[in-house]
Design a protein around this ligand. Structure first.
Ligand SMILES: Cc1cc2nc3c(=O)[nH]c(=O)nc-3n(C[C@H](O)[C@H](O)[C@H](O)COP(=O)(O)OP(=O)(O)OC[C@H]3O[C@@H](n4cnc5c(N)ncnc54)[C@H](O)[C@@H]3O)c2cc1C
Length: 544
């Protein structure tokens, strides 16, 4: 059996062709594929957190909530949000598999419309066709929530949504997206990356790294170094030479790659590492006394997220026990705006809601609302939000967490806030509809007293939360024409050789859906691009 390691001998520092920083969602895919496609190249995957192999705290999907805020969570705050909620904590996983090791694994393919928006921003080759091909090739086990995990409450909610809003029940969201390019208003059980027989995750690490650790797949050219923090990207002139890191033991090493370094530390930690390495906006770095190695204005800008709000009911009987994947088994897509309001988006979904069969009262209790024992929540979110934020450093001290200013609900036309209001209203319609209605005892929050758009907007924004989808902070685009693009369509960092980025940070815009599959797709495509650049001819015919 192969294993991960926490040690790196000084004689090995210059022996790797590829150095992958971050063993998260994209990083695991790239490490596995690159070492498969290029068996003669040595690949080093470096993860700050521990291995998740055989760790049931991480692997049992149903326990995801207990990981948030714990020792495997970086737990980032937000700056003050005058239009939203300043108390949101952003969980980011510090463990092999990254956020795919502590998320809810709801799995959606991106829409054709999302891919087109990327392509018009200069992401040449990142078409719906490309995503369809690479996502067809994913190793994760993805399927609609199993029958045994569909409890009567959730079944009745799905039926209630369909009847109340006149929308079809969809049996496989991803089949719909793959064949029709998008989702129109509809409701159904999610597709989830998990094993219904044992309730374990099919995360990026489980699907791509564990078969190697179990010895089922031989990959002598791959080393997985855990509990190791990458401190700096090292640069000589315009050439990135590698990185420096701190091992679990506290020892430091400087590594030189033979081929390239790939940053996969996620939409928060990739820009953080770049900024601390002097790769970012000149003024920000100079003001903090960080020597400017390369002025890259877009690093940390274009911070995207899917904000959501919440409406909570008390149930008049308990949630049926032990029949759920992870307490959020189904969701609904709606259309708020007139057709083509966003340009070429027809009548595809522009509003979404998850349901929660637990009291998700984190933000409502702070405002004085009570927490019922038996609760059902709907969480309207904004699939294509228009507010944009930024991530920046406030200190040159690497231990200081970066500032995350999402600027929630600040888009001038008020599109984001209006979407939340419409979502809360749609949720109330569903609550009146049998067979779901007879489960409900009372609306706890916002409560029946709040009725006007202004009241619902104020409430909706103050209790707003995140769907935990930060993205966009090192966006991909046409680096010749867009000064804020950080990487080009080949994921190469502006003005530097030897450095690419592949994680949620490269999203130029937010896909309409939960982004994990899009990140996995970025990982698959990045591995093809990298391997292709270093001699692999595997996809010559198929390359799009
Ligand atoms: C609680 C939660 C629930 C979510 N639910 C869903 C869902 O149901 N469906 C969905 O589609 N999306 C979901 N998401 C979002 C999705 O999981 C993320 O968008 C995606 O996993 C991000 O992948 P990534 O590769 O960009 O980064 P990550 O997966 O975060 O990987 C980054 C990795 O880099 C490591 N790292 C960071 N800095 C360093 C460093 N300096 N040195 C070494 N290693 C470093 C980290 O430890 C981490 O392992 C959820 C996210 C969260 C947090």
């Amino acid at each position: 059996m192969a294993s991960t390691t926490t040690q790196l001998h000084p004689s090995d520092v210059d022996s790797y062709d590829f150095i992958i920083v971050g063993g998260g969602t994209a990083g695991c895919v790239i490490a596995s594929r690159l070492s498969e496609y290029l068996p003669n190249k040595k690949v080093l995957l470096i993860e700050a957190g521990p291995s998740d192999f055989m760790d049931d705290r991480v692997l049992l999907l149903k326990d995801w909530l207990s990981l948030l805020g714990g020792e495997l969570d970086y737990d980032y705050g937000t700056t003050e949000q005058p239009m939203g909620n300043s108390y949101i904590r952003h969980s980011r996983a510090k463990v092999l598999g990254g956020c795919s090791s502590h998320n809810t694994l709801i799995s959606f393919r991106p829409f054709e419309y999302d891919c087109k928006r990327w392509e018009t921003q200069g992401c040449t080759g990142w078409s719906f066709q490309t995503f369809t091909r690479v996502l067809d090739n994913l190793r994760n086990t993805i399927q609609p929530v199993h029958e045994r995990h569909r409890n009567q409450l959730c079944l009745d909610w799905v039926e209630g949504c369909s009847k109340a809003l006149g929308i079809p029940i969809i049996h496989d969201f991803n089949h719909e997206i793959k064949t029709k390019g998008a989702l129109k208003p509809c409701v159904g059980f999610f597709s989830v990356s998990y094993n219904p027989d044992d309730g374990r995750r099919s995360s990026a690490s489980v699907a791509y790294i564990h078969p190697i650790l179990r010895g089922e797949e031989k990959r002598p050219n791959l080393t997985v170094l855990t509990n190791t923090w990458v401190d700096k990207v090292t640069v000589e002139g315009d050439k990135v030479t590698g990185i420096s890191l701190t091992l679990q033991s506290g020892e430091k090493r400087t590594l030189h790659h033979k081929a390239e370094t790939i940053l996969c530390a996620g939409a928060v930690d990739t820009p953080r590492l770049m900024l601390l390495s002097g790769l970012g906006p000149r003024k920000q770095l100079s003001d903090l006394g960080i020597p400017v190695v390369k002025d890259i204005p877009g690093v940390g800008e274009n911070l995207l997220d899917h904000p959501e709000s919440i409406i909570i009911w008390e149930l008049n009987r308990p949630v049926p026990p032990n029949q759920t994947t992870m307490d959020s088994d189904a969701g609904i897509f709606l259309r708020r705006e007139i057709p083509n309001a966003a340009g070429g988006d027809g009548e595809i979904a522009d509003m979404m809601m998850h349901c929660y069969q637990i009291p998700f009262c984190l933000n409502t209790s702070r405002l004085g609302y009570d927490t019922p024992i038996d609760a059902f929540c709907m969480t309207p979110n904004i699939p294509r939000p228009r507010s944009r934020g930024r991530l920046y450093l406030t200190s040159s001290n690497p231990l200081t967490k970066p500032a995350l200013d999402f600027r929630y609900f600040t888009d001038p036309a008020g599109y984001d806030a209006a979407t939340i209001v419409a979502g809360l209203r749609a949720a109330r319609e569903v609550a009146k509809q049998e067979p779901f209605a007879s489960w409900l005892k009372r609306e706890v929050a916002p409560g029946p007293k709040l009725q006007t758009d202004e009241e619902l907007s104020e409430y909706g924004r103050r209790v707003a939360h995140t769907v935990y989808h930060p993205a966009g902070t090192t966006k991909m685009g046409d680096v010749e024409r867009d000064g804020m693009a950080v990487v080009d369509a080949q994921l190469r960092v502006r003005g530097l050789s030897g450095l690419r980025i592949a994680d949620a940070g490269v999203f130029p815009e937010m896909p309409t859906i939960n982004p994990m599959l899009t990140v996995l797709g970025v990982g698959e495509r990045a591995a093809e691009i990298l391997a292709g650049a270093w001699g692999w001819r595997g996809l010559e015919k198929e390359r799009l």
